[in-house]
Design a protein around this ligand. Structure first.
Ligand code: AMP
Ligand code: ZN
Length: 491
């Protein structure tokens, strides 16, 4: 399909407007998305952001662009409170579990990859790590210091926000003014080495107990969290590149600091289009690791969570996410997922029906070319997947009308309709039902059945049988847990 003639508009968080997309290098797109901090299992909220950018990546490729998609792994430097104090998240997990930090990194990187694969997201072109780019980060710090935008205190280097703001606009992405930030900050004097609370760390001297440390001209220490993304994005995409994405919560301070660092060291505004994906909520609150208000993808795939009435396969969860625009908040619930499952099945059935319906001399009641363009129009309008899905359902209705003898389609139009449906459903939306997920569903159904047999045995006081069910499941690696709400299991 010749698709690059399509006019794509992207909502740019920097201008607050939808802008026509024009890449720096014709036919090529450089896109950077902030990846996970690998100190715990990814929750469904994290997955929403990565699925949102998978949609962007897929559509750009579908339009014919050659896309270099860089998504990092944060394996050092991200401190507990997102600012410049507290323990390193990975080092803390390593300390609590008495394992090496790199074991933590490996465990949760594998989890991240497996989960995103289950959701049928495409791997990025480059997946660099913060620890693999310490040399580059030190080099950038040297340049920022040389240019007078950073200062050293006790072996740590801080970015001097107020000096930067004299010649640049710190706060332009998040719509903040430095004066307001100063006015609203209540950091106690003497608690930090920083000249001003708004300054942020580029390099932190490591305390003696801090295990993740590297030599530098200033101290044995570690880079600040914001710096890794500047180092890795500019290394692989250039000082100026097309798209930078991440969750809405990263706009400030993370992305604001990235802009300041880049402008300070290269003199260039690094990113042409800033894209921010909105949050997935649970009970109206942001899903987050820190508050415990989250749900893990595996709990959904197995149905093993008390808020769920059943297991849902990854493609259904992905479909649920894509039914909302990436810039809208989306609230997770069992009922919403169940509704998405119905819609998803209907779409898949219509795709199957396309293979069995017969064509006629002419097409009635449907303008295929106009419909096709309306699918593009939806995606061209800032990747509006819910509108695209509504358009796909117009085609679903038409397919059922043909099947029921209430409309006809020419051979050419049927081919075109089927191809376009396949393209948008599989290539762009990335909806694919995997064999593994149906195995998971079967397994979870079997275990649920054994749990109810065990409950019946316990009701009859047949403890020999109930214990046998529990023990034999345990021997297979399936643990039952009895709680107030009933029995749950984990594999
Ligand atoms: P983290 O590992 O905490 O750095 O987060 C990885 C990505 O997930 C970032 O882009 C976050 O913005 C995003 N994220 C975190 N929580 C949510 C949420 N509840 N909904 C959507 N995205 C989220
Ligand atoms: Zn980042």
């Amino acid at each position: 399909m010749a698709t690059q003639q399509q006019v794509l508009k992207i909502y740019n968080s920097l201008s607050g407007k939808k802008e026509t997309f024009a890449p720096i290098h014709q036919n090529h797109v450089g896109m950077y998305v902030c990846g996970p901090t690998v100190y715990s299992n990814v929750h469904l909220g994290n997955c929403r952001t990565f699925i949102s950018f998978d949609l962007v990546y897929r559509y750009l490729k579908f339009l014919g662009y050659k896309v270099r998609y860089v998504r990092n792994i944060t394996d050092a430097g991200h401190l507990e409170n997102d600012a410049d104090s507290g323990e390193d998240r990975i080092a803390k997990k390593a300390r609590l579990e008495a394992i090496e930090p790199m074991e933590v990194v490996q465990r949760y990187t594998v989890d991240f990859h497996q989960t995103l694969r289950a959701f049928n997201t495409l791997p990025p072109s480059i997946e660099p790590t913060a620890t693999g780019h310490i040399v580059e980060q030190i080099e950038i710090i040297k340049q920022i210091v040389d240019k007078g935008f950073a200062y050293e205190v006790n072996g740590s280097i801080y970015f001097d926000v107020s000096t930067f703001n004299k010649t640049h606009d710190y706060g332009k992405l998040s719509g903040r003014k430095l004066e307001d930030m100063i006015h609203n900050t209540r950091e106690l004097e003497g608690q930090s080495d920083k000249k001003n609370p708004q300054d942020f760390a580029l390099w932190k001297k490591a305390e003696p107990q801090h295990i993740m440390r590297w030599p530098s001209p200033w101290s044995d220490g570690f880079p600040g969290w914001h710096l890794e993304c500047t180092a890795m994005s500019t290394k692989y995409l250039g000082d100026q590149f097309d798209i930078h994405g991440g969750g809405m919560d990263l706009k400030f301070p993370h992305h604001e600091c990235e802009i300041a660092q880049s402008e300070a060291f290269s003199g260039q505004t690094p990113v042409n289009y800033w894209m921010h994906a909105n949050m997935l909520t649970l009970n109206g609150q942001k899903m987050a690791k820190s508050t415990g208000n989250n749900i893990l993808p595996n709990e959904i795939f197995s149905g093993n969570n008390e808020i769920l009435s059943q297991a849902f396969e990854p493609a259904v969860v992905r479909f649920f996410m894509l039914q909302a625009h990436y810039r809208s908040i989306l609230d997770f619930s069992n009922d919403a997922l169940a509704a998405s499952e119905k819609g998803y099945r209907k779409l898949m059935e219509a795709l199957k029906a396309c293979d069995s319906i017969s064509s006629s001399d002419k097409t009635t009641n449907f303008d295929i070319d106009a419909w096709k363009q309306s699918c593009f129009d939806a995606m061209n309008d800032d990747f509006n997947s819910p509108i695209l899905i509504a358009k796909l359902f117009d085609a679903v209705k038409f397919v059922y009308l043909i099947r029921d003898g209430k409309a006809t389609v020419s051979e050419k139009d049927l081919k075109s309709l089927t191809a376009c449906l396949h393209n948008f459903v599989f290539d762009v939306l990335g909806l694919e039902s995997t064999q593994k997920s149906s195995n998971d569903q079967t397994l979870s159904g079997v275990v649920s059945m054994l749990i109810s047999l065990r409950n019946e045995a316990r009701d009859r006081k047949d403890f020999a049988t109930s214990d046998r069910i529990r023990d034999e499941l345990a021997a297979l690696g399936i643990a039952l847990k009895d709680g107030k709400e009933g029995t749950t299991f984990s594999i």
